[in-house]
Design a protein around this ligand. Sequence first.
Ligand SMILES: [Cu+2]
Length: 235
Amino acid sequence: MKRALMTLLSVLIGVLVVGGSVALFSAGAQQPEPLTAKVVGTAKTPQGELPHAELDLSIYPNSSASVPPPAVDDSFAQSQSESQQWPFYTPSSNLVLPANSLVTIRITQYDSGGQIYNPYLADVVGTVGGTANYDGKDETGIDPNNVAHTFTIHQYPESDQPYLFVNVPVPANGANAPTDAAGYPKDPHVIEFSFITGDAGEYIWNCEFPCGTGYVEFGGPMQQRGWMSGTVSVV
Ligand SMILES: [Cu+2]
């Protein structure tokens, strides 16, 4: 009898844990509006002439009256973001890119940073030419001691869709950089890079520089969809 009770109890606890995780996960899965790369023409690439699409993103160290936080339907995350000064990508983390195209992403970067745990992620990987353009200069990577964030596209482990991996590290602004009235650097870094998409597929992207709160800075904006991670739909 006691044994049956213990079994029942452990099953009940299991149901609660799984049910709770699913509820938490769904609550955290609220997505911002999709941001679709704009086709601007065609471009000559190593894979021939392809449609060329562009997308603009910015990274802010915190929200303010002039720069709202990510528009996800999660008031708890929103209030945490306000009080704890979460950094974020904007205007959306939910990206839509055309298939079999050259995609150019431009990131305007206003945040500070520091040393990245894994120096591999301070290298540019998966772009055309293996470089990214940093404030007008092509580079194959940046100083691992001066990283603000990364923009890293990869796929689900079980995926059988076309391979896509892109890693672009984003350098930090100096702590003494002159700032505007809202507190953002007046002369942010501008990073531009291009890569070629294959056939349609669903991918994810995230920042690989732990810029969050909590355990080894992997909490807060690093775990909440919409701030430092999102989806990449190749359509
Ligand atoms: Cu980050």
